[in-house]
Design a protein around this ligand. Structure first.
Ligand SMILES: [Zn+2]
Length: 497
């Protein structure tokens, strides 16, 4: 058996957040509209019509390119990609070919490895270009029992940005992390909503295998139209197994386009792969070259502001967080603003609490409740009255860090503060949850606990460390969970010496 290494590249189509289509004034809210109601002579390819580029789509395309660290071409060219399909009435799609809007970018990923550690991986972005979407075919079985297909042109001309990565990923996990990062980036700068259920983010996977240590690429297979992150991960895992088995039997991998069958959890061949020359690309004669000035780029850069990677690095240096932790709280623009607001409160309230303690509370109790409110880390507003206030959250973190609140009591207070919006310190006092570190009081409880468990006390004296457990348990019960466990432990040891 030869050991193989998968080589993976992704092509992602993301719908740009415009009100109207790429080359005509039809609305893009087409997916919700009744079939064929958001169409016009331009997007249905009637003779004599002319396309007019959507300025907002161009702005968003450039913004996305800047966020991906791409070089933005001063002059890019729209091109016709010719193919016939019933849902494409023009018989060509306006796209970009040899002179795309954006080239040579990169995305940095933090990935968890099998041993529980993390590593950083850079995936290069080959190019990103503007294009229009095609319509949708609806295959149905008619009343006469004859198959028929209906076409809906509403999606024809919806603006897309196609982002093509280099084949830099080597596992399903890396491909998954890349998708998450790209989605975060597009949402962060407001380029796309990336709602996969609405078809606003679609993914094609290119995957080949090669013997470990080999630098040349193997023959690649394309898996088309994957519409969930899980499908991407599962399809890649399946292809790795399928191709490994075939290669070990000495078979050649057919260079084909495959579809993912969710139900059977396998890929099936759809057709042999088309090559670029099959599309007879040529420059779109109805559109002038697209010129992007340096001033336009500069203005957009200012508008975009701090990007996730820069914010992550700032959090690392400002708050001493690990790369992975900083990644957690910069997973969405709103969440990172909330965390910033928390750290600002730490200063205002002059609290002595490590950033890591605040982060732990944000990434556990806080995030767990966010989904319940149907809010997400992207659009989250730190001042939202439905959330626990940043000040209240850091007070709980500070009390826990100082040993004044046990981990379980902190959860109780957090839940109450979230529900009622009341002051955390007042809740701690009212619920009698202050952690007791007073050794005098703990000593009283410990004496009673030892008296109630003479056997355990004897066992501990004879060297059985585990016998301490039931005694500490009694102290916790007597103190209603408020005894500081470390203090309780040392008091018992002292008493039993
Ligand atoms: Zn139209």
């Amino acid at each position: 058996m030869i050991e193989f290494e998968p080589v993976i590249g992704l092509e992602i189509h993301t719908q740009l957040k415009t009100g109207t289509k790429m080359f005509c004034p039809c609305k893009t809210s087409a997916s919700e509209a009744p079939a064929n109601t958001s169409i016009c002579p331009v997007c249905t390819g009637q003779p004599g019509t002319l396309p007019v580029p959507n300025m907002k789509a161009v702005r968003l395309g450039v913004a996305a390119g800047l966020a991906l660290g791409c070089e933005i071409r001063e002059v890019s060219i729209f091109a016709r990609k010719n193919y016939f399909y019933p849902d494409l009435p023009k018989a060509y799609q306006i796209s970009q070919f040899d002179k795309p809007l954006c080239e040579a970018g990169s995305v940095e990923l933090d990935i968890k490895d099998a041993k529980g550690g993390t590593y950083t991986k850079t995936v290069r972005v080959h190019r990103a270009h503007l294009e229009e979407d095609a319509g949708k075919s609806l295959h149905a079985l008619g009343s006469t029992q004859l198959d028929h297909t209906l076409v809906d042109f509403n999606r024809c001309g919806v603006p897309l940005l196609e982002i093509v990565s280099e084949p830099d990923m080597n596992s399903a996990d890396e491909a998954y992390a890349y998708l998450i990062e790209l989605k975060k980036l597009m949402q962060w700068i407001g380029v796309s909503n990336c709602d996969m259920e609405k078809g606003e983010l679609r993914c094609d996977v290119n995957i080949s295998l090669r013997p470990k240590g080999e630098t040349r690429l193997g023959r690649k297979v394309e898996i088309k139209n994957l519409n969930s992150f899980k499908a991407v991960k599962d399809a890649i895992a399946h292809e790795i197994v399928r191709q490994t088995a075939a290669l070990n039997l000495g078979e050649t991998i057919a260079q084909d386009t495959r579809l993912w069958n969710e139900k059977e959890q396998k890929t099936v061949s759809m057709r042999s792969k088309e090559l670029a020359h099959d599309y007879r690309y040529f420059p779109e004669p109805d559109l002038a070259p697209l010129r992007i000035t340096a001033a336009f780029k500069e203005a957009l850069k200012q508008e975009i502001g701090e990007l996730p990677k820069a914010r992550k690095n700032r959090f690392k240096t400002e708050y001493g967080l690990s790369s992975y932790d900083a990644g957690v709280v910069t997973a969405g623009k709103g969440l990172s603003a909330y965390f910033s607001a928390c750290m600002a409160e730490v200063l205002t309230l002059k609290l002595n609490v490590p950033a890591k303690s605040v982060l732990n509370l944000v990434s556990s109790e806080f995030l767990a409740r966010l989904n319940g409110l149907k809010k997400d880390s992207v659009t989250l507003d730190p001042g939202d009255k439905d959330l626990i206030s940043p000040a209240n959250l850091v007070i709980i973190a500070a009390l826990t860090a100082a040993g004044k609140l046990s981990a379980s009591a902190a959860k109780t207070v957090f839940a109450k503060a979230w529900e009622t919006g009341r002051d955390a310190q007042a809740l701690v006092n009212e619920l009698g949850l202050s952690q007791v570190s007073d050794t005098g009081l703990i000593r009283e409880w410990a004496l009673e606990a030892i008296a109630a468990n003479p056997k355990a006390a004897e066992d501990f004296r004879n060297g059985n460390e585990k016998a301490l457990g039931p005694i500490v348990g009694v102290i916790m019960k007597k103190s209603k969970g408020t005894a500081n466990p470390a203090a309780a432990n040392s008091v018992i040891r002292e008493l039993l010496k």
